[in-house]
Structures are given as structure tokens and as C-alpha cells.
Design a protein around this ligand. Structure first.
Ligand SMILES: NC(=O)c1ccc[n+]([C@@H]2O[C@H](COP(=O)([O-])OP(=O)(O)OC[C@H]3O[C@@H](n4cnc5c(N)ncnc54)[C@H](O)[C@@H]3O)[C@@H](O)[C@H]2O)c1
Ligand SMILES: O=C(O)C(=O)C[C@]1(C(=O)O)C=C[C@@H](O)C=C1
Length: 307
């Protein structure tokens, strides 16, 4: 590529995703200057101390001034408020994007706040960890992960294609998706699983208090995976559930039905039902590993065998 993909990028909200984006941008060397803004003075001080962003600004308006791409990296519940704050300072022709885990609610909140002379191209990188804040980011977070770009009706092709190239340069594989479909898919693959993990860890904690047993101390690996997920940021996840209410409730309803069926099978001793069910779910896990989408899973020598 000859020259930067955007001359100036502004990151609003300097947590896990923004900091990972900054380090990935630096690794790729594809942006002229990256400005940053976070609401709290403490976060801005930390960002300055660790060299996160080329320039940290003390207002959102100052950070977006002259930016060709502005990315909202704040919890989904405050996206509309932040869009209203930056709107008067946006450069005509700029692209405004976001990284929110929910898309329809963010579009509804942000779109009306923006002036007509900017392009709004929502997106969602499907990569994260249970950590948050400016010191939690790393350049490799998006490598070989999906980033879903979710354009709104009527957006010109060029800003969409440019944002797609930007995310590819940060290491992601990009797909275009409709907002409602996005919210339903993510309710299945991310939002409901998080709710289940939060619940399971809560139940274990309650039990520990009731029985004074050592549920957490002797927790097995499976339960430890639940505790990792349940350690995710409370503000972020509160906002996800309140913003993706319908899809999450729909999937939770289905989940509850299946859970009752399994409960019944256990009560009635229906081993065949349990075995068939677990065989089906095992095949799903194997499919994910074979598609190369679980970078944490041991490959048991398959990579070597393929050489
Ligand atoms: N953590 C993940 O796994 C993950 C993955 C993909 C997308 N996302 C989405 O990315 C966004 C950011 O998540 P994160 O994990 O980076 O969160 P984070 O908590 O690490 O960072 C959020 C940042 O936003 C700042 N902030 C909050 N309210 C603000 C406001 N009104 N104005 C300015 N700054 C404000 C916070 O101070 C913090 O610096 C969320 O919308 C989340 O849904 C998260
Ligand atoms: O790996 C994790 O810790 C995550 O939960 C990341 C995860 C996910 O559910 O996969 C969480 C929320 C997002 O919006 C995207 C990714």
C-alpha cells in the first residue's frame, strides 16, 4: 500500500478494544496519526504514561477534529451520548464507526446524532478477553478473528470498503452482515453464553456460602472457564443485555426448554437422550477446531501432520 489508509484516526474510549486497535495500527503502520480520548482523567493519564495513542486529548471534540475515521469504543449504552458530543466537531466526509457488541440499538442511538455529511459504518470485531481498561490491549487481539461490518441503508460503497481494508490490515477477516441478523447470531454465540457463565458462577458462590464447602477452591477446569467469562466487565455486559433484549430473551427461552429436557432425561434415567445430545454437541466443538477458529485449543499434532 502507498501511504496510510486514513491520515488520522480518533479512538473514543480507551479500553481493551481501543488499546488493541492502537497497537495493531502501530504494528501495521497504516495510519498517519491516532488521537484518543477517554472520559476519566485517570484513564487519560494512564494512556499518556504507556504511550497509548500518538496524542491523548482532554475532550472528545478535540480528539475527532480533523479525523478521517472516528471509532466509538465505549460501552453500547453510551454510544448515542458520545455521538452527540462529537457531532459538531466531525470533519465533513469523515467515517464514524464503532466496535459495540450489539448493532441495532447502537445504530438507533448513533445515526440520528450524526450530521448528514459523514458516513456511519458500524462494525464489531469478534475478539476480546475478560480484561478491560487501557492496559489490557495487545496488537494480536484481532489476528485471524472475524470483524463484522454492519452498514446502514444508503451508505456509499467507498467508506465501507475502506473500513473493511482497515480491519484486514489490523489482522481480522471481514464479513458484511445485516444488523438484526448480527444481534441474533451474537445472542447465540456470545451474549447468552455469557449470561449462563455469570449464572453458573453465581450459583456456585451461593452454594459455597450455604454449605461452607469449597466449591470454588476445588473447581475443575470446566468451571474455571466459566469463571474467566464471568469476570468480564460488568458495565459492558449490563449494556449488552439491555440493548439486545429481544434476541437474548428468545435464545434464553430456547435454552431453558433444552435444559428442562436434559433435566427430565436425568430424572427419568434416559441415558440415550443424554448420549445423543452430547454426541451432537461434541461434533460442533470438533467442527470449530477443524475450521481453525479456536486458537487456544491444542491441535494434538494435526498442524505437524499437515506439513
Ligand atoms: N471486551 C470484549 O470482549 C469486546 C469485544 C468486542 C467488542 N466489544 C465492545 O467494545 C466496546 C468497548 O469495550 P472494551 O472491552 O474496550 O471496554 P473497556 O471497559 O475496556 O473500555 C471502555 C472505555 O470507554 C470509556 N468510557 C465509558 N463511558 C464513556 C463515555 N461516556 N465517554 C468516553 N469514554 C467512556 C471507559 O472509561 C473505558 O476507557 C463495547 O461497546 C463492547 O461492547 C468488547
Ligand atoms: O473471549 C472472550 O473473553 C470474549 O468473551 C470475547 C467476545 C465473545 O463472546 O467471543 C465477547 C464479546 C464480544 O462482543 C466479542 C467477543
Amino acid at each position: 500500500m502507498n501511504g496510510p489508509i486514513y491520515n488520522r484516526v480518533a479512538l473514543i474510549g480507551l479500553g481493551l478494544i481501543a488499546s488493541s486497535m492502537y497497537w495493531a495500527i502501530k504494528r501495521a503502520g497504516v495510519v498517519g496519526e491516532v488521537t484518543g480520548y477517554a472520559r476519566s482523567q485517570a484513564t487519560r493519564d494512564t494512556a499518556r504514561r504507556i504511550g497509548l495513542c500518538d496524542r491523548v486529548c482532554d475532550s472528545a471534540a478535540a480528539a475527532v477534529e480533523g479525523a478521517d475515521l472516528v471509532v466509538l469504543c465505549v460501552p453500547v449504552g453510551v454510544m448515542g451520548q458520545v455521538a452527540a458530543e462529537i457531532a459538531p466537531a466531525l470533519k465533513p466526509g469523515a467515517t464514524v464507526s464503532d466496535v459495540g457488541s450489539v448493532k441495532r440499538a447502537v445504530i438507533t442511538a448513533v445515526e440520528p446524532q450524526l450530521p448528514d455529511d459523514v458516513h456511519f459504518v458500524p462494525a464489531h470485531p469478534l475478539a476480546g478477553t475478560e480484561h478491560s481498561g487501557p492496559e489490557s490491549g495487545f496488537a494480536e487481539l484481532f489476528d485471524n478473528r472475524w470483524c463484522l461490518v454492519v452498514p446502514v441503508n444508503g451508505t456509499a460503497e467507498t467508506p465501507i470498503a475502506q473500513l473493511q481494508s482497515f480491519w484486514e490490515l489490523l489482522g481480522a477477516n471481514v464479513e458484511i452482515m445485516d444488523p438484526d441478523h448480527h444481534d441474533l447470531v451474537l445472542a447465540v454465540t456470545s451474549h447468552t453464553p455469557h449470561l449462563i457463565a455469570y449464572t453458573m458462577v453465581g450459583v456456585a458462590d451461593d452454594l459455597r456460602r450455604v454449605t461452607d464447602s469449597e466449591v470454588i477452591k476445588y473447581s475443575a477446569a470446566g468451571f474455571r472457564d466459566f469463571t474467566r467469562i464471568a469476570a468480564s466487565d460488568p458495565t459492558m455486559w449490563r449494556d449488552v443485555f439491555l440493548s439486545n433484549k429481544d434476541a437474548t430473551l428468545e435464545i434464553l427461552g430456547r435454552f431453558t426448554e433444552e435444559l428442562f429436557a436434559l433435566q427430565r432425561a436425568i430424572r427419568t434415567g434416559d441415558g440415550e437422550h443424554l448420549h445423543e445430545y452430547f454426541t451432537r454437541t461434541r461434533a460442533i466443538r470438533r467442527g470449530i477446531i477443524e475450521a481453525g477458529q479456536d486458537t487456544d485449543a491444542p491441535d494434538f499434532g494435526r498442524a505437524k501432520a499437515k506439513e
